[in-house]
Design a protein around this ligand. Structure first.
Ligand code: UD1
Length: 342
C-alpha cells in the first residue's frame, strides 16, 4: 500500500515542488495550507504536472489544534513534512510575536498530534540561518549554531529543538529529520509552479526576475565592500527541484527505517559559493538580457558568506544537487514570464 505524506504549507513555493516529487516517487500526498501567503496557482500546477486531479487539499491552519487533530484522524498519515510557517526575515524583526506564535504553535500542534496518533515520521524545514556568520566554511552539520539574528531565525532553532526533544522523549515513536536549506531558487522546468512573492520581494532571485520583466526598476546589490573575491556576498543557491528531491530521499530514509539516529540533520546545498554579482551575470548570460542594477549599502543582518558542505546528505541519503546554476536561472525566468502571461 502506498504511504501517505502530509505536506503542511503544501500550496506554497517549496511545498508544491515537494508535493510533485513525492507523487512522482509513488507517494500519496495530502496538501494542507491556510493560504496566508499563497493562492491556488501552485496547487493547480501540481495537479497539472502530475496529471492527478484527486490530490486531497485541506484548507486549515496548523495553529488550530482541533483542525490538526481532525486532519490526522481523517487521513492515515505515515509522515509529515512541515513547511507551514512565516518566513520574512525583516517582518519578523518588526512583528516578533506574530512569528513566535504562528511558527511555534503550528509545529507544536503537529508534534503533539503525531504523538497522540501513536507516532509518525516528521521532517522539519529548517534553514542555514541557524549557522549565523560561520567561522569556518563550508559549514557541516557539526558547525555550531549561532544566536539567531532575527525572530524568524530563532523560530527555526526552537522548532529544531522541539523536534529533537520530542524524538528523544518518545523513544523513537516520533522520528525526525531537520533539513537545513541554503538558498532555494528557481522553478519547476514546466514553469507551472514557482515562487509567488507578495509585494516587494525580499529575496534576490524574485527581485532579479521582477526587474528583468519590468515590474521593478532596478536591482540594488546590497554591499560591494565585503571581504569576498568580488566584494559581494556569497551564498549557496540550490535549485528548487533538487531541494524537493532531498525531501523524497529523507522521507524514504525515515519510512524504510534507514535512519542511523532517531533525529538527524542534513545540510541541503550544492557546496558551491556564488556571489550576488556572479549570480546577476549568470542570469544575464543564460537568458540573454541586460539587468538594471546598482550597488547599494549593505543590508542589515546579512552574513558575508555561507555555503554548505553537503557530504553528509550526499553519502548518507544518496542525494546530490544536479542542476546547474544556468538551468536554475533559466527556470526562474521562464516562471516569471509564465506568471506575467508572456
Ligand atoms: C534569507 C534568510 C534565510 C532564508 C532565506 C530564504 C537570514 C539571514 N536569511 O537568506 O534564513 O532561509 O532568505 O530564501 O535569515 N540581495 C541583494 N539585493 C536584493 C536582495 C538580496 O543584493 O534585492 C543579496 C543579499 O544581500 C544576500 C543575497 O542577495 O547577499 C541573498 O539574499 P536573500 O535572497 O534575501 O537570501 P539570504 O538573506 O541569504
Amino acid at each position: 500500500m502506498k504511504k501517505t505524506v502530509l505536506v503542511s504549507g503544501g500550496a506554497g513555493f517549496i511545498g508544491s515542488h515537494v508535493a510533485v516529487e513525492l507523487i512522482q516517487a509513488g507517494y500519496e500526498v495530502v496538501v494542507a495550507d491556510n493560504f496566508s501567503n499563497c493562492d491556488m496557482t501552485c496547487y493547480e500546477g501540481v495537479k497539472k504536472i502530475t496529471g492527478r486531479n484527486d490530490i486531497p487539499l485541506v484548507k486549515m491552519d496548523f495553529c488550530d489544534a482541533e483542525a490538526t487533530e481532525k486532519l490526522f484522524s481523517d487521513y492515515r498519515i505515515d509522515a509529515v513534512i512541515h513547511f507551514a510557517a512565516y518566513k520574512a526575515v525583516g517582518e519578523s524583526v518588526l512583528k516578533p510575536l506574530k512569528y513566535y506564535s504562528n511558527n511555534i504553535q503550528s509545529f507544536l500542534n503537529v508534534l503533539e498530534t503525531a504523538c497522540n496518533h501513536g507516532g509518525c515520521q516528521v521532517l522539519f524545514s529548517s534553514s542555514a540561518t541557524v549557522y549565523g556568520e560561520p567561522e569556518k566554511l563550508p559549514v557541516t552539520e557539526e558547525s555550531p549554531r549561532q544566536s539567531a539574528t532575527s525572530p524568524y531565525g530563532n523560530t527555526k532553532q526552537i522548532c529544531e529543538d522541539m523536534l529533537r526533544d520530542t524524538v528523544h522523549a518518545t523513544e523513537g515513536l516520533v522520528k525526525g529529520i531537520a533539513l537545513r536549506y541554503f538558498n532555494p531558487i528557481g522553478a519547476h522546468p514546466s514553469a507551472l509552479i514557482g515562487e509567488l512573492p507578495r509585494g516587494v520581494p525580499n529575496n534576490l532571485v524574485p527581485f532579479i526576475t521582477q526587474t528583468a520583466i519590468g515590474k521593478r526598476e532596478c536591482l540594488s546589490i546590497f554591499g560591494n565592500d565585503y571581504p569576498t573575491p568580488d566584494g559581494t556576498c556569497q551564498r549557496d543557491y540550490i535549485d528548487i527541484v533538487d531541494l524537493a528531491k532531498a525531501h523524497v530521499c529523507a522521507v524514504t530514509r525515515m519510512l524504510e527505517g534507514k535512519m542511523k539516529q532517531p533525529y538527524e540533520i542534513f545540510n541541503i546545498g550544492t557546496g558551491r559559493p556564488v556571489s550576488v554579482l556572479e549570480l546577476v551575470k549568470a542570469f544575464e548570460k543564460v537568458n540573454n538580457l541586460k539587468l538594471n542594477y546598482k550597488f547599494a549599502p549593505r543590508r542589515a543582518g546579512d552574513v558575508t558568506a555561507i555555503w554548505a558542505d553537503p557530504t553528509h546528505a550526499n553519502e548518507e541519503m544518496g542525494w546530490k544537487a544536479e542542476r546547474t546554476i544556468e538551468q536554475t536561472l533559466a527556470s526562474a525566468w521562464a516562471w516569471e514570464k509564465h506568471i506575467a502571461g508572456k
